[in-house]
Design a protein around this ligand. Structure first.
Ligand code: FAD
Length: 512
């Protein structure tokens, strides 16, 4: 057993002009930017994971919408492409911002002139140290989920963001009770109308995944790749989820970074039951407590607590027994290793506050991706969401800001922070969200225009004072570029309001 002090003594201080912590999308993009801008500078990447995440097949879909694949690669790929990059595979244990040094878990000391922290975030868990509660974030946690699911008959999924949405849609052969705190599913991305549009997808017999997945998917080295009994106003809804998965389970063991889109591709998310099982949504409720049958503090029996390994008591008074619980209630920025002894300003969500140059409150320390909280005065059409597109944009912009600082050049906030734009896929529908797509921060001062064709498309436009501020486009609407332009140029649409969503009018021609 070698002590940390001994190991430190055996490693002299390694010095770099630039150090980036984290081998996820933000960190790797930042390193690439710095390494190509400064071919003669030494750039260090310190990452806890054995593999790095790289952006491949980048495609600028429109002015602000972008698509790319996420590939998991060995660190050597980065070092071969950029000879001035050194990858240190170890977790950062501590930071002395005033001395510009870092210590790693394997006992190294690293010095930097400029540092960028891109350590991502981890799932927020409903409760700590509860073996029946799982979070989903990286390949390892999805494998653990998959393993537990294979013998499960009922699981409870808690949360209403993108991960929960995808999970409930993907799981087969296991009853899912889905607890959402809102009046509608998918509240992070949509409103109740869009939720209504998507709900039949949970009821339908879904085709096997291979036949329907059109989106670029996350890859690793190894290549893994009911009947509604009411509206979404509240209460209980049941759906029947069917279909089966053909792709056998596989996946890399290199863990740490958050997965990319289509993260569930390559994982057979199948429970113990052979027959299709339902998804039951419990609206407007949160988890009040979690207990096991042997828990001395369990509520007095209102039911037989013997049938399930764990029980969830919801704030709507219902108690649900299940095999395990998936906590998909958001993420917590990974800041722990960096805080002690330093003076970082933290945002309410626990992220490192960064200004419009991606700079934290500590001198020469930048941050990007899920670990940071954008605390500049944002454009009226942009908001931070912890998504992989923003991780890439922030990592890239942080690299440019670090370079500009070294060269004492001015740099302005990039155009990509002008308009929030995200393209994804939910329930096999293409989903594009733009600007203030949920009328965020607009209060009652807005107007919605909606067009919906069941099973085909859902289009929602947010207007204020006749100007378009946001949109949700579900399905193959082909409206994204035109709407993006209308949002960016803030044209007064009052005279065209009646025609804007008229399906018989070619809106692209109309505004040409
Ligand atoms: P990460 O990718 O988490 O990388 C953090 C890196 O830091 C890792 O390499 C880690 O090993 C390293 N690290 C952490 N602590 C330390 C330390 N102390 N020392 C050294 N290294 C450290 N976004 C979308 O846009 N679309 C989606 O469809 C989508 N689906 C998702 C599905 C799942 C299951 C999850 C979990 C997330 C999903 N996201 C999606 C969100 C997206 O993956 C993240 O926003 C994005 O990956 C964040 O990138 P990042 O580089 O900031 O952090």
């Amino acid at each position: 057993n070698v002590s940390s002090a001994e190991r430190m003594a055996s490693h002299p201080m390694q010095r770099f002009q630039f150090v980036v912590v984290g081998g996820g999308i933000a960190g790797v993009t930042c390193v690439e930017q710095l390494a190509s801008d400064f071919p003669s500078a030494e750039v260090g990447l310190i990452t806890a994971a054995s593999h790095i995440k790289a952006v491949a097949n980048f495609k600028q879909v429109s002015q602000t919408l972008e698509e790319f694949d996420v590939e998991e690669r060995p660190p050597s790929v980065l070092q071969e492409k950029y000879p001035n990059v050194t990858v240190i595979q170890s977790a950062v244990r501590s930071l002395q911002a005033d001395q510009h040094t870092l210590q790693t878990e394997d006992g190294r000391s690293v010095g930097y002139e400029k540092l960028c922290i891109c350590s991502g975030a981890r799932p927020k868990l409903l409760t700590q140290d509860q073996p029946y509660v799982l979070g989903v974030r990286d390949t390892d946690s999805v494998q653990e989920f998959q393993k537990r699911l294979s013998s499960a008959k009922r699981i409870v999924v808690v949360g209403n963001g993108g991960i929960a949405l995808e999970l409930v849609f993907e799981v087969r052969g296991c009853e899912v009770v889905w607890a959402v705190k809102d009046k509608a599913i998918g509240n992070t991305f949509f409103d109740a109308g869009a939720a209504q549009f998507l709900i039949p997808s949970l009821e339908a017999q879904r085709p096997p995944r291979d036949a329907v997945c059109k989106r670029a998917r996350y890859t690793t080295e190894q290549g893994p790749e009911g009947n509604s009994d009411g509206g979404p106003e509240g209460g209980l809804h049941t759906f029947t989820a069917g279909g089966d998965r053909r792709r056998p389970g596989s996946g890399s063991t290199g863990a740490g970074s958050a997965l990319g889109p289509d993260w569930h591709e390559g994982f057979l998310l199948r429970g113990a039951e052979q027959t299709p099982q339902g998804v039951r949504v419990e609206y407007e409720c949160e988890v009040q407590e979690i207990f096991t049958p042997s828990d001395p503090l369990r509520p007095q029996p209102e039911a037989d607590y013997g049938a399930w390994p764990v029980y969830v008591r919801l704030t709507n008074g219902r108690t649900v027994g299940c095999d395990f619980i998936v906590s998909a209630i958001g993420v917590v920025p990974n800041t722990d290793a960096f805080l002690q002894g330093n003076n970082f300003s933290l945002a309410e969500d626990g992220g490192l506050r960064v200004d419009d140059h991606m700079m934290t409150s500590e001198r020469d320390v930048y941050a990007a991706g899920d670990v940071c909280s954008a605390c500049w005065e944002p454009s009226a059409l942009w908001q931070q969401m912890r998504l992989w597109t923003q991780a890439r944009q922030m990592g890239w912009f942080a690299g440019r800001c670090m370079a500009a600082n070294v060269l004492t050049q001015p740099i302005e906030l990039d155009f990509c922070f002008e308009l929030f734009a995200h393209i994804t896929k939910f329930f096999n529908y293409k989903v594009v969200i733009l600007g203030k797509f949920n009328a965020q921060g607009l209060g009652a001062d807005h107007e919605l225009l909606v067009r919906c064709t069941k099973g085909q498309e859902y289009v929602k436009v947010v207007l204020r004072g006749g100007k378009m501020l946001g949109a949700v486009l579900i399905g193959e609407t082909d409206l994204e570029e035109t709407f993006e332009n209308l949002i960016l140029n803030q044209m007064d649409l009052t005279p065209y309001k009646d025609e804007l969503l008229n399906p018989n009018i070619d809106i692209e021609d109309y505004f040409d």
